[in-house]
Design a protein around this ligand. Structure first.
Ligand SMILES: Cc1cc2nc3c(=O)[nH]c(=O)nc-3n(C[C@H](O)[C@H](O)[C@H](O)COP(=O)(O)O)c2cc1C
Length: 224
């Protein structure tokens, strides 16, 4: 009896294995047929609905930046807020992403919710939050997160797990509030383009793209 043909290891049927596009493609999303003029409340509603629908990490986003030589890099982080001023996230100003943004103040975030087959893309110019806003953000963080931000020089080579742990323990010690490290703070992406995408198992995914148009926005549907 001949052996069954082996699945080529470099090209497994990922759709079948991982249930790609296996989420809910039956959401009723009338915005694709009648786009509202302002995409921000729409994005906020998508995020609120994602929480209500049990999406695991509705605010986890990939943030792409570009360095001074035009080389892109990407990492996942948590968005803190999306409102009319923009998309807020935080990190360290001297991290890889912070240095990129200092050279090229533009970024792109993408969120993917596999449970509902939705994708959100937001691109725009990046600015730092002012110190007061960063202080307020830092104050909302768990003490361990504050201590970690104090102990870690984000994106720099590790000088040793023990050394890092000792700095963390020193920051955690006592009951005094942990001050915000100077190099830690918030950023805001001021959106210039926003795309809302809903996948369909028939592959005729729906895309709605907004681009800044003066004070307002223009909307258009894109082919999938
Ligand atoms: C779910 C998740 C949430 C994260 N949240 C943040 C965050 O809010 N801020 C941050 O700086 N890094 C966050 N990280 C870590 C980043 O992915 C990344 O390792 C870090 O920002 C350093 O990236 P950089 O060297 O490109 O600057 C998160 C990672 C994951 C997986």
């Amino acid at each position: 009896m001949s052996e069954p043909a082996a699945q080529p290891s470099s090209a497994p049927d990922r759709d079948a294995l991982a249930g790609s596009l296996g989420g809910d493609d039956s959401l009723v999303l009338p915005e694709f047929d009648a786009p509202p003029t302002d995409p921000i409340p729409l994005v906020q509603r998508w995020i609120a609905d994602a929480f209500d629908r049990g999406v695991r990490e509705p605010l986890a986003a990939a943030l792409a930046t570009v360095d001074a030589d035009g080389r892109p890099s990407n990492r996942v982080l948590l968005l803190k807020a999306v409102d009319h001023d923009g998309v807020v996230f935080y990190g360290q100003y001297d991290s890889r992403k912070g240095r990129d943004i200092a050279s090229v103040p533009f970024a792109s975030v993408v969120l993917y919710w596999r449970e509902t087959i939705q994708q959100l893309r937001i691109d725009g110019r990046v600015e730092r939050l002012d110190d007061a806003a960063s202080e307020a953000l830092f104050a909302t963080r768990l003490r361990a997160a504050q201590a970690a931000a104090t102990a870690s020089d984000q994106s720099r080579p590790l000088d040793g797990e023990d050394a890092l742990r000792a700095r963390f323990d020193a920051a955690m010690a006592g009951d005094d509030p942990i001050p915000r490290p100077e190099g830690w703070g918030g950023y805001r992406i001021v959106p210039e383009a926003i795309e809302l995408w809903h996948g369909n198992r028939d592959r005729l995914h729906r895309r709605l793209r907004y681009t800044r148009d003066g004070e307002g926005w223009s909307a258009e549907r894109l082919q999938p």
